[in-house]
Design a binder for this molecule. Structure first.
Ligand code: NAP
Length: 296
């Protein structure tokens, strides 16, 4: 690249990286399609529900907090979209089956499922209680298994379907306190890829997204004021996210989910798609003062 052009490109890239979520022009790619989402009372699921509905989908979603479920449903309907909240706990087989069946009986089909509900537990192994371990695995891993188990029969009957599950970059870039969470998210990938093989020939594709640190209640430090939270994020991101140097907005992860659901991705299955600002790309090297950079 010519030196002047490199400077222009670098400036443009820095502007984009700093700008935050790009506002996609509204389209109607999912007109009349039925989209099921687990865990859309908050965060990434909530943003994704709104985005699918804004593109014409009929969205049915679950979560345990009824007040928030009703709020999300109301927001989508007020904006002219179609949405139904159904209370369900993804850890409980009967509730997952009943949720999935009700989505189909309410909207008449199941075209796309986003299995997204998840929780964390940040503790080193000996400080984690067995109950905390089980809760993380029952929600993040068993919840995804149960969702797929009860979604697939409807999709087999229809002869088509798309499933996207939420993994995490913490499945790859582990921390000392992430054993329950990282193992539960690794297991999501271990469910998604066999499912892609099992159902590809039946017209059903199964993928997962691997979000990086995203500004949702999931990572919010309890009791922190909004101003302190903004200060914390500004300090945290450059130390921990070497690529884009900032935390994602939930809409940016939602944009990726909706993009993956675009029919144009018809040949993609069994894929784990990183959407994490470069978190799994690698770490920038810290060189001790007074030393030169080694060859790599
Ligand atoms: N935020 C991040 O930095 C980040 C990074 C990578 C991956 N992720 C993953 O992204 C997904 C969404 O997280 P988020 O950041 O959007 O967090 P969030 O704002 O806390 O949302 C989590 C959602 O999951 C639902 N949920 C949790 N346990 C459930 C259960 N037993 N049954 C039904 N729903 C349940 C919650 O609803 P109720 O509480 O109402 O049940 C809520 O709607 C999770 O799988 C998380 O692991 C997040």
């Amino acid at each position: 690249m010519v030196a002047g052009m490199a400077g222009t490109a670098a400036t443009a890239a820095a502007t984009v990286a700093a700008a935050g979520p790009a506002q996609a022009k509204p389209r109607r790619r999912f007109e009349g399609k039925v989209v099921l989402i687990t865990g859309a009372t908050s965060g990434i699921g909530r943003a994704t529900a709104k985005l699918f509905a804004a593109e014409g989908a009929k969205v049915a979603f679950c979560g345990r907090r009824e007040k928030l479920g009703a709020e999300v449903e109301r927001e989508i309907r007020r904006a002219g979209g179609k949405a139904t909240y159904i209370k369900a706990d993804v850890r409980v087989p009967e509730q997952v089956k009943s949720f999935v069946d009700r989505v189909v009986s309410t909207y008449g089909a199941l075209d796309i499922a986003f299995n997204n509900a998840g929780i964390g537990a940040g503790k080193v192994p000996h400080e984690l209680s067995v109950a905390e371990w089980d809760d993380v695995h029952h929600t993040n891993t068993r919840g995804v298994f149960l969702s797929i188990k009860y979604e697939i029969p409807h999709m087999l009957k229809a002869g088509h379907g798309l499933i996207i599950c939420t993994s995490s970059s913490t499945a790859e870039v582990v921390r000392s306190t992430s054993s329950a969470y990282s193992s539960s998210k690794r297991a999501v990938d271990g469910i998604v890829r066999p499912a892609a093989l099992a159902y590809g020939s039946k017209g059903i594709r199964v993928n997962s997204i691997m979000p990086g640190t995203t500004d949702t209640p999931f990572i919010r430090i309890p009791g922190m004021s909004d101003a302190d939270w903004e200060r914390f994020k500004r300090a945290y991101a450059p130390l921990n996210i070497d690529g884009l140097l900032r935390i994602a907005e939930p809409e940016e992860i939602a944009n990726a989910v909706v993009a993956l659901a675009d029919p144009a991705f018809s040949y993609m299955t069994g894929a784990v798609v990183p959407v994490n600002g470069g978190s799994t790309a690698g770490r920038e090297m810290d060189v001790p003062p007074g030393f030169g950079l080694p060859g790599t």
